[in-house]
Design a protein around this ligand. Sequence first.
Ligand code: PEP
Ligand code: MN
Length: 298
Amino acid sequence: MIVASESAVRQYPELRLTRRSARPEGTVVTVRGVEIGGPGIVIMAGPCAVESEPQLLATARAVKASGAHILRGGAFKPRTSPYSFQGLKEEGLRLLAQARADTGLPVVTEVLDARHLELVATYADILQVGSRNMQNFMLLQEVGRSRVPVLLKRGMSATLEEYLNAAEYVMSNGNPNVILCERGIRTFEPSMENTLDLNAVPMLQRLSHLPVIVDPSHGTGHAWMVPRLACAAVAAGADGVMVEVHVDPANALSDGQHALTPDEFAAMARQIAAVGQAIGRHMVWSALAGGSAAEVAR
Ligand code: PEP
Ligand code: MN
């Protein structure tokens, strides 16, 4: 068996703040009591886009009941076509705050442009910087100054060095609370939206102390693949997953093709807990009867 020596992994000395040796014990980002990067596996779930009050509330309640820890939902959507649904914008943010009040779940939502930062930060518990903005250096600097935790998605063509440099932009502007998210990269393979790069999980964790989560929804583009890749991500050591869930995927205004139904999500959450148990990580079920947090599969 060939065992790679430490020196076989390239080091990036210019990554002053993000490199593993800057905080060997690892970073835990805590959001309203939810720890990302700690021993527990964290599940972020919700629709691609906030579409309406009934859609968001039904989805939020369902994912909470099945074990999700954080609610996701886009209010400002980066769409390939200018004619596609662009999100409900401020109304979407208001609905996210309403869903948070209803379920107690913290909210992650995308900030598409530095001009919206103040507004989005008023509502968001975590600011998402999307794949397309990973090298929008002005936006990275602004979210760095905001101090709200940041979920930084990997650019679809970014190397890990470029990716960690993007995180370095946020951290060097004063914000230490960065969560990395592998969401698939562009390859020569056309049968899936992207190719989920699970290699990136252990390598990012070796190179950096930041928490790493995985988005198998955009990483595959197919709902039927999502539970398997979510389990694979946890097996690869990810600190959590972010998945898209919709109460009616066939009529979703964006990304219905890879949205799980609430029932599919519930089944996946149980599988994730079992995989976690197999590798010695636990899952905190935040939504058991009575609302008290309980740890299972320790
Ligand atoms: C999203 O999570 O809603 C999204 C648009 O993802 P990405 O930036 O990874 O494409
Ligand atoms: Mn989406």
